[in-house]
Design a protein around this ligand. Structure first.
Ligand SMILES: NC(=O)c1ccc[n+]([C@@H]2O[C@H](COP(=O)([O-])OP(=O)(O)OC[C@H]3O[C@@H](n4cnc5c(N)ncnc54)[C@H](O)[C@@H]3O)[C@@H](O)[C@H]2O)c1
Length: 273
């Protein structure tokens, strides 16, 4: 065990797939009761059942982080049925609007959709939940940003800008909530093979890119992901969803209570600011 979260309830958005699943699994192993909140309710239910079968506590709730009513309803439902939520992980995120990976041009819709989910979604859930945390004078929040938020990328400027906004919002929320004993930090992951990277590398595989032209021999987008990761990461390996989960567990634990407003890279040494 790296962090004792026994008796605490942790809500993780976008936890039905990818990174969110790894984070939820690690938090469950630390003793937390898990709320799997996702727009994809079927997968959320399925995954919550899996956590319960493994011996931990979990429930699922449908939540669209872009829709304030949906966020309000989901949070009220959870608080009324299982009690206060002590820990929040804003993980739900997108790379672009639906179909992004099937076109090269980043559209107005991509910018709006990415900001709605990644930035405003994080704000909606934080602002709807922090009143409950303020009443308890207890709470910890971790936002999942990205090292993309500390770099430029001409292929997906919408995504990088949205993650820079999450890093910035983390600092504002940390300043607002510090006096209530609530800390707010973010984790900036590097490269993790999830449905999101499946789309990113599919786009590069189909349309080519400067990086892809260095590897004409790669046979599929998964191999392209591995090669891109290898050349861009000093430790020469991708991260796993669980790697991110360990860092989140620490930031949500009492051991991190004096850390707030920070953005911590979990990226094999790719970005050092
Ligand atoms: N995969 C990576 O390498 C990587 C790297 C850095 C940061 N991240 C960030 O990690 C987070 C998770 O990414 P992932 O790779 O697991 O993506 P993913 O596409 O595999 O999973 C995203 C999850 O978010 C959910 N979701 C999407 N829109 C939602 C909405 N409006 N409301 C509620 N849930 C919604 C999806 O249903 C899905 O379960 C994102 O914020 C992403 O930007 C990922």
């Amino acid at each position: 065990m790296i962090a004792d979260l026994t008796g605490k309830t942790a809500l993780i958005t976008g936890a039905a797939n990818g990174l969110g699943k790894g984070i939820a699994s690690i938090l469950a192993q630390q003793g937390a009761s898990i709320v799997v909140a996702d727009i994809d309710f079927k997968e959320a239910q399925f995954f919550a059942d899996e956590i319960v079968s493994a011996g931990s506590k979990a429930v699922s709730v449908k939540m669209d982080v872009t829709d304030v009513d949906s966020v309000d309803k989901a949070i009220s439902k959870i608080i009324n049925t299982i009690g206060p939520i002590h820990k929040l992980v804003n993980n739900a995120g997108v790379i672009g609007a639906p179909g992004w990976h099937e076109r090269l041009k980043v559209t107005e819709e991509d910018w709006d959709f990415t900001y709605d989910v990644n930035v405003k979604g994080t704000v909606h859930v934080t602002e709807r939940l922090h009143d409950n945390m303020i009443q308890q004078r207890e709470g910890s929040i971790v936002n999942i940003a990205s090292v993309a938020g500390k770099m430029g990328n001409p292929d997906r400027p919408n995504y990088n800008a949205s993650k820079a906004a999450v890093i910035s919002y983390t600092k504002s929320a940390a300043l607002k909530l510090a006096k209530f004993n609530i800390n707010v930090n973010c984790i900036c992951p590097g490269n993790i093979w999830t449905p999101m990277w499946d789309k990113i590398s599919m786009r590069q595989f189909n349309y080519g890119s400067e990086i892809f032209s260095e590897f004409p021999e790669v046979k599929d987008n998964r191999e392209l992901f591995e090669r891109i990761t290898e050349i861009s990461t000093p430790m020469k390996r991708a991260q796993s969803p669980e790697d991110i989960g360990y860092a989140v567990a620490f930031l949500l634990s009492d051991a991190a209570i004096n850390i707030t407003g920070q953005s911590i890279n979990v990226d094999g040494g790719r970005v050092m600011v």
